[in-house]
Design a protein around this ligand. Structure first.
Ligand code: FES
Length: 87
């Protein structure tokens, strides 16, 4: 499960994988708005907690061609910096 927060009006989900990688994605499923921070992370995919839509956390794309925003992450001095950008 990820951490949810809001930044400049955008809802964001932040995840840390077992191998220590951190990534951020839009915290809203493109299907019906499920909160992706509550989803299940498996490899590089997140599964929506409502209807199990599989979304790639690197590209933001789902199997059904829906798309969410992804964010570039930088870590420096024990801080996580988030850069807005779309892949
Ligand atoms: S709301 Fe995410 S799959 Fe339906």
């Amino acid at each position: 499960m990820g951490k949810a927060f809001e930044l400049n009006g955008e809802k964001i989900a932040l995840f840390k994988t077992e191998d220590g990688n951190i990534f951020a994605i839009e915290n809203r499923c493109p299907h019906l708005g499920g909160e992706l921070s509550q989803g299940i992370l498996s490899g590089k995919n997140i599964f929506c907690p409502l209807h199990d839509l599989k979304i790639c956390t690197k590209t933001g794309k789902s199997e059904e061609s829906h798309c969410i925003k992804t964010y570039e992450i930088k870590i420096a001095d024990n801080h996580v910096y988030l850069y807005k950008g779309e892949i």
